[in-house]
Design a protein around this ligand. Structure first.
Ligand code: DX5
Ligand code: ZN
Length: 215
């Protein structure tokens, strides 16, 4: 059964601890790190990641939407997160970066923008624990799922046996089953879980129900 990884991007940051506690049913915590260069938005850094990693029982992953991730890997690894995901488009030395992530004791993931072909990871398949297929252009929560990425998810599953396929952007109860049927093992969900006035645990339960119902 697919795992659900809430992204806290649309959570209430003034009450982040409460938000994390209320989102019962999360399998993994997905932390979106944005640097204002690779994407036109800024979020938070390793101090916040460390606080979250200490507060939750589930594994934490950092989705690094940053240029030159190699310069920052150690700080996020020290924050106590399980997995570091770098963008293939953000470094000239993807193979070296993945080796660095493993050396730091973390699992290594690579994210691909919607416009980046799967061939960008074909030569580093042996170093990959996870592939993150972006189903929106990264930078903001609450965007619409790009249907064009469904075929890419299916091809990724065939190309990378043994590598977890995670999908990120525009996923909620209405399309979760479709994304899993295409080949996703992990679904990131931001605004479908954290929205003003919503109960995040209920939102996660609804998504899980949608996964079961049509299977
Ligand atoms: C987009 C981020 C996603 C995003 C998901 O740049 O990587 O993790 O916050 O949010 P939703 O589910 O609202 O698209
Ligand atoms: Zn993300």
């Amino acid at each position: 059964m697919a795992l659900i990884a809430p992204s806290i991007l649309t959570a209430d940051f003034l009450r982040l601890g409460d938000e994390l506690r209320r989102a019962k049913g999360a399998d993994i915590w997905h932390l979106d790190i944005m640097d204002g260069h690779f994407v036109p938005n800024l979020t938070f850094g390793p101090l916040v990641c460390a606080a979250i990693a200490q507060a939750v029982a589930e594994p934490v992953e950092c989705h690094l939407m940053v240029e030159r991730p190699e310069d920052l890997l150690a700080r996020y690894a020290e924050a106590g997160v399980r997995r570091l995901i770098v963008h293939a488009e953000a470094t000239a030395h993807l193979h070296r970066v993945l080796a660095q992530v493993h050396h730091l004791g973390c699992e290594a993931g690579v994210a691909l923008n919607p416009g980046t072909p799967l061939s960008a990871v074909a030569e580093v398949a042996d170093e990959l624990d996870l592939l993150l297929v972006m189903s929106v252009d990264p930078g903001f929560g609450g965007q619409s799922f790009l249907q064009s990425q469904l075929d890419k998810i299916a091809r990724a599953k065939r190309l990378l046996p043994g590598v977890a396929i995670e999908v990120d952007g525009g996923i909620g109860p209405k399309n979760a089953r479709q994304v899993v049927d295409a080949g996703a093992d992990i679904l990131v969900a931001g605004s479908a879980v954290f929205a003003p006035g919503a109960d995040p645990a209920l939102r996660i339960a609804e998504m899980r129900k949608a996964l079961h119902e049509t299977s």
